[in-house]
Write a protein that binds this ligand. Structure first.
Ligand code: PLP
Ligand code: COI
Length: 366
């Protein structure tokens, strides 16, 4: 049992955990998002009662009434953060307070209850503690945590539900990209938008990702890894990828990332890299960048690097940009100098080999 202001977690250990040989095999090559640890956290919320029944329990299926609101109107939000093994062998989470704050911002947008930040963090900490044997052995691995919340009331009227379920599951993770490639290739989506002004683009809700699947499939069909979305109004300005933010590095030293206008996800990796860049006095800007300019700058050599960043993808160079008119190689087509430097710096802080000047790393004490 672990205490929290007002919330006590009950711990129900798995009666038949995964056998060690199967776990060890899975941990050697987990890929991304298909291996899950033995436990999960569940906490319930009900109108008039608040958060209750916090439990770390065996991982397993949920039983839902077919009328459960989330199944009909997608009232759901989620987060993604990672626990990393430190140089001293212990485990630590990276900026879980930022994930908690974004989770609650998403919840507000979807008319869902907020969860106390300390309960969010404790739920993640307890799951990592319980399933620390699920830390992957693959090089560059981490334990990916997926907190999420669903409207659990069986009700078909369109209004905010009166019951919710918050869960956390843990997934040992290797490389996000199947190909293990050192760069991603990007396909321009012209027909569909991810989010419009006033919509839910800045919230981390499942619906945004459902809407990204057709364009993402189009990217794959054309032989590319990821799709880049443009703004919904003018179809001109670069926004972000389906699950990552973008940065651009120019020959004159300028660094640009699209601004937070309400239509893109305020990435925690994006924010961390902006902070690291400003720490170093680099010439970094949050400003709009058009696709046309991107294509022109890549062709002229003015743009020397572009990279995608996010919890799952870390910092991954963009190798090529393609649309129906053809393909342009960005810079050298491989990892650029600054991209590599940002990646090394961020990974170093996350894994405790570089000093954490901003208090981003929350050591877990085990
Ligand atoms: N943009 C989208 C749409 C995402 O899904 C993610 C991943 O969470 C990001 C950006 C990057 O966010 P973060 O750095 O917080 O993982
Ligand atoms: C993440 O980086 O945590 C994401 O959520 C991206 C994707 C897996 C949805």
């Amino acid at each position: 049992m672990a205490d929290n202001p007002g919330i006590t977690f009950e711990r129900l250990p798995h009666p038949a955990p995964t056998d060690a040989a199967a776990r060890v095999a899975a941990l050697a090559n987990p890929g991304f998002g298909s291996v899950f640890s033995d436990h999960m956290v569940t906490i319930d919320w009900e109108d008039g009662k608040g958060w209750h029944d916090a439990t770390v329990r065996p991982y397993g299926p949920l039983s839902l009434d077919p009328a459960t609101a989330v199944l009909h109107y997608a009232q759901e939000v989620f987060e993604g953060l990672k626990a990393y093994k430190q140089a001293d062998g212990g485990l630590a989470m990276f900026r879980p307070d930022a994930n908690a704050a974004r989770f609650n911002a998403s919840a507000r947008r979807l008319a869902m209850p907020e969860i106390p930040e300390e309960v969010f963090i404790e739920s993640c900490r307890l799951l990592v503690d319980t399933d620390r044997d699920w830390y992957p052995t693959v090089e560059g691995g981490s334990l990916y945590l997926r907190p999420f919340m669903i409207a659990s009331e069986p009700f078909l009227g369109v209004r905010p539900a009166k019951k919710y379920k918050y869960l956390v599951i843990a997934s040992p993770a290797g490389n996000y990209f199947k190909s293990n490639a050192t760069t991603v290739s990007i396909w321009v989506c012209r027909e569909h938008s991810r989010a419009a002004l006033g919509g839910t683009g800045a919230a981390k809700c499942g619906g945004n990702y459902a809407a990204s699947l057709v364009p993402q499939a189009e990217a794959i069909e054309h032989g590319h890894d990821q799709v880049v979305f443009l703004d919904a109004e003018e179809h001109k300005w670069v926004e972000e990828l389906g699950g990552m933010n973008l940065f651009f590095v120019f020959a004159d030293g300028r660094i640009v990332t699209p601004p937070l206008t309400g239509t893109i996800l305020p990435g925690i990796t994006r924010n961390s890299l902006l902070t690291l860049a400003r720490d170093e006095g680099l010439d970094v800007h949050e400003e709009r960048y058009s696709l046309q300019q991107w294509q022109a700058d890549a062709a002229s050599g003015k743009l020397v690097e572009a990279f995608a960043c996010g919890t799952a993808a870390v910092v991954t160079p963009v190798g090529t940009l393609a649309d129906h008119d053809g393909e342009i190689v960005i810079g050298s087509g491989g990892p650029g100098q600054l991209t590599q430097k940002f990646r090394d710096r961020l990974v170093g802080i996350q894994r405790g080999t570089i000093e954490d000047k901003h208090g981003w790393v929350m050591k877990l004490g085990f």
